[in-house]
Write a protein that binds this ligand. Structure first.
Ligand code: ADP
Length: 393
């Protein structure tokens, strides 16, 4: 029997999972996979350590109404029956919101669970799904140690000014502040900065997590000092479907003058804006890059322009900039986006080596560039696995 740690990332319509050996040092998941289409027709895929597909029919008996809890239990059943040589002794969960309470991972007890439940109003679309997975596992096997790893914790090191909005202080006191997200990704990148040739790991670094959701984080000495997402994950960069930072007066206008309901505005800002809204074509960067439509080009240009402006403002937060790291789907794979952002920032002393950029090399800045620029694949699951190993043993 091999003791294993199960990592669960339970989102609104999908559950991603990865199984690592409990012994530290194992960085490759033994099994990883995903249940998608929750609430419609759940679809299950899983792969072994070598990337070979495993039994995709495993969860086929679950009907379309199966919720997150049932699916997590189905996953545990599948692991127990098909992979009986693996003994899940601990589970690490990605939990979106740790509020001002959690500045690092915690073992889930009835007390910490209640504290996480109390944070649900800050992330009403995500926190309940994260917690449903916790409940499903404790019902099934109460002896399994469960650990919560928060998307917000990495940013708790930020100075007060970086967290405040220009709102009356009683609202700040009530928790209307900038929390920031993508913290598990930033924690992973902070941990590998020293491996990047030419990177000033202990200096002033901007990490750009550019995926469907997109944000940047300014790090000094590998600690977060500012980040582009705010009270919610709507703030900051333009994203696949999210608008990013918007004049709050425009939101009032949508409601007061155009008569839109709160739900309609919510849908507009979270689902119909960003790359999708601007292009009218797709939220998917790769599809936009392949499209000959000028609206696709304009959406990409706007994405890069707005990102570059955020880079400059985060450089100001650190009073300078030594290195940049691009990560996540777009950051790791789109040479075009990296090139456009860096070109807009060339006045800072950034120069890209086009060949290295096209090859997605670890270091893509030219030899004479004052600021080093890098590309790194992020690994949030490994951060959760390592935190869970540490707290569970
Ligand atoms: P999520 O936030 O859902 O985890 P990802 O980090 O997987 O998202 O990023 C998804 C984005 O990455 C999509 O816009 C996708 O088009 C983009 N992407 C992936 N591969 C490429 C590529 N080769 N070129 C350009 N964009 C890419």
């Amino acid at each position: 029997m091999t003791d294993a740690v199960l990592v669960i990332n339970s989102g609104s319509s999908s559950i991603k999972f990865a199984l690592y050996p409990m012994s530290s040092g194992g960085e490759i998941p033994l099994i990883r996979g995903k249940v998608s289409g929750i609430g419609r027709a759940p679809d299950f895929v899983a792969f072994d350590a070598a990337g070979a597909a495993l039994d995709e029919t495993a969860l086929q008996n679950l009907d379309g109404d199966a919720g997150h809890g049932e699916l997590v239990q189905g996953l545990l059943d599948w692991l127990a029956s098909e992979h009986s040589g693996l003994n899940v002794v601990a589970v690490g969960h990605r939990v979106v919101h740790g509020g001002q309470v959690f500045d690092g991972p915690v073992v889930i007890t009835s007390e910490t669970f209640k504290q996480m439940e109390d944070l649900t109003p800050l992330a009403p679309l995500h926190q309940p799904h994260n917690l449903a997975a916790v409940t499903a596992i404790s019902k099934r096997a109460s002896d399994i140690v469960q650990v919560a790893c928060f998307d917000t914790s990495f940013h708790r090191t930020q100075p007060r000014l970086a967290q405040l909005f220009g709102l009356p202080h009683k609202l700040s006191d009530a928790g209307i502040i900038r929390y920031g997200f993508h913290g598990l990704s930033y924690e992973y990148i902070a941990g590998v900065l020293t491996d990047l040739p030419g990177c000033k790991a202990e200096g002033r670094v901007i990490v750009a997590h550019l995926g469907n959701g997109a944000s940047i984080c300014a790090m000094k000495n590998r600690q977060s000092v500012a980040t582009s997402m705010g009270f919610t994950a709507l703030h900051g960069l333009m994203m696949g479907r999210r608008s990013g930072t918007l004049d709050a007066g425009a939101v009032l206008h949508l409601v007061q003058q155009l008569g839109m309901s709160v739900d309609e505005v919510h849908h507009l800002l979270y689902r119909e804006s960003g790359l999708l809204g601007v292009s009218g074509i797709s939220n998917n960067m790769r599809e936009l890059q392949e499209s000959p439509d000028p609206r696709a080009a304009e959406a990409i240009d706007l994405f890069c322009y707005k990102a570059a402006l955020e880079f400059a403002s985060h450089a100001a937060a650190m009073e300078g900039l030594d290195s940049i790291v691009f990560t996540a789907g777009i950051g790791e794979n789109s040479a075009m986006v990296r090139q456009k952002i860096c070109r807009q920032l060339s006045w800072l002393g950034i120069e890209i080596d086009e060949t290295a950029n096209a090859e997605h090399a670890k270091t893509i800045s030219a030899g004479g560039s004052r600021i080093s620029v890098h590309v790194v694949a992020t690994n949030e699951e490994l951060v959760i696995a390592n935190a869970t190993r540490a707290l569970a043993s």
